[in-house]
Design a protein around this ligand. Structure first.
Ligand code: DLL
Length: 441
């Protein structure tokens, strides 16, 4: 006989028990785990130990949860500076998996997992799926990219641990995605929201429907409420948001429940704080600021007070789903200039690195992001030197080619480059505005 333990709309699954703990019990677990992880990082992470030393504190100074604010922050460049293994806290023979951030040559960031870390990751993914009402009778089409990106394998292990049927199709090949969806009776899809929008546009053109598809678990990039409404209205499915980042674990740091009213953070594994991005001061629940996360159970690469650069607010109000863990508001922007295109994280400075390798260009450029037929495009407008501009068209075309290739070498995806006349890109007096995001929804 089939059990229905996780078929309920609230999405209960044995792994979800920690979502419903009384607050003081949860805080107790958090404090114990925080003390243990700080001890571990202090003993094994040189950078953390040095920074603690500069502040004149040690693990024994952590007496209450509020003391977390005394600990130093970690930032993305710490991972680059210690590349590749400098922050690992487990010997290599205990590390069973490595992932790395996509989209960069030069130094990517590398993250590590022990077997226990992979299990925690699977469990938080199970809880994410359960929150969205996904259960073991579901057939999940996993269109997140498999590989160094955490989306593919993260969702895959979670879907299997849930007991669902997972189709590891990865991203791309739109027509095949549609065929598989119909022929295999897919009920749940996992992908970036922009890729699903593209699938939806294509399905409309081909006049095919989504068969049994019931819901989508979408994340890895910001998407608006308007985009959710459009997806739900046009395809008839429920679209749930899922959040995560490689540095902390991958997808499954937080996820929406059927209320679709903020993402529940799996607080027994990830301690959230909101800070003022300018001053670094901790802000109270409800205030908007930068999300800072501390991993409470990661072994191979604990992250203490990692500055995510994602802007949100913490909501401590009880949720109608019954979960006691706090929620974060959906993330719409970051406090730095990183943008995400087709699932790839890109900094304008990387684009600049690529184009400045090519002679005949000036360091004046603009990145224009557009969305057509659900597909994100990135155009780079580059100003050329007067000498090149007066040359023959062939020289321009050659330059054009070399620029497109140079940028692709750095960020890993091809952008359309447009050469523009000297003195046509606005100069700014303060910070240059490099990114014009025209993507609607
Ligand atoms: O994008 C992990 C992930 C995979 C999350 C699949 C959800 C689903 P990174 O490539 O390291 O990891 O990128 C992390 O992406 O700091 C946010 O800026 C952004 N991001 C991730 N999820 C969301 C979301 C994965 N639901 C960075 N809404 C993060 C808005 C998101 N932004």
């Amino acid at each position: 006989m089939k059990s229905n333990w996780n078929d309920a709309p609230g999405g209960f699954h044995p792994a979800s028990a920690h979502d419903f703990l009384p607050k003081d019990q949860l805080r107790q677990i958090q404090l114990q785990r925080l003390q243990a992880v700080v001890k571990r990082a202090y003993a094994r992470q040189q950078l953390f130990r040095e920074r603690m030393g500069e502040r004149g504190i040690g693990p024994e100074d952590l007496k209450t949860l509020a003391d977390v604010s005394r600990l130093p922050f970690m930032v993305k460049s710490d991972l680059r500076d210690t590349y590749p293994f400098g922050l690992f806290c487990s010997p290599m023979e205990e590390v069973v998996r490595l992932h790395a951030s996509s989209g960069t040559t030069g130094k990517p960031i590398v993250v590590a997992y022990t077997q226990a870390d992979v299990e925690v990751w699977s469990q938080v993914m199970v809880r994410s799926f359960a929150a969205a009402g996904v259960h073991r009778r579901d057939v999940i089409q996993n269109a997140y990219g498999y590989g160094l990106f955490t989306g593919g394998l993260g969702a895959h292990y979670g879907a299997e641990a849930l007991g669902a049927t997972v189709i590891p199709i990865s991203g791309g090949n739109t027509e095949r995605q549609m065929m598989v969806m119909q022929d295999f009776g897919v009920t749940v899809i996992c992908s970036t929201p922009s890729y699903f929008l593209h699938l939806a546009e294509r399905a409309k053109e081909l006049k095919i429907d989504f068969g049994k598809l019931r819901c989508g678990v979408f994340g890895a990039e910001p998407w608006s409420d308007a985009m959710r409404e459009r997806i739900q209205a046009e395809t008839g499915i429920k679209a749930y948001d899922i959040y995560g980042l490689s540095e902390i674990i991958g997808p499954g740091v937080g996820a929406e429940c059927f209320r679709q009213d903020g993402l529940h953070i799996f607080e027994d594994h990830f301690l959230p704080e909101i800070i003022d991005p300018e001053t670094g001061m901790v802000l109270p629940d409800g205030a908007e600021g930068e999300l800072v996360l501390t991993t409470l159970s990661k072994q191979a690469m604990p992250m203490i007070r990692y500055r995510t650069r994602d802007i949100t607010a913490l909501n401590p109000e009880p949720c109608a789903c019954g979960r006691t863990i706090r929620r974060i508001r959906r993330i719409g922007r970051r406090s730095d200039d990183m943008f995400i295109i087709r699932g790839v994280n890109v900094f304008p400075s990387q684009v600049e690195t690529g184009l400045l390798k090519v002679e005949g260009t000036l360091p004046h450029y603009q990145i224009v992001l557009t969305r057509e037929k659900g597909l994100d495009e990135m155009e780079v407008q580059v100003e050329v030197t007067p000498e090149v501009f007066s040359d023959k068209v062939r020289a321009l075309e050659d330059l054009h080619q070399r620029l497109e290739t140079a940028i692709e070498h750095v960020i890993g995806i091809r952008a359309k480059v447009t050469l523009v006349e000297p003195q046509t890109i606005a100069r700014s007096e303060g910070k240059a505005k490099r990114v014009i995001d025209r993507r609607k929804l």
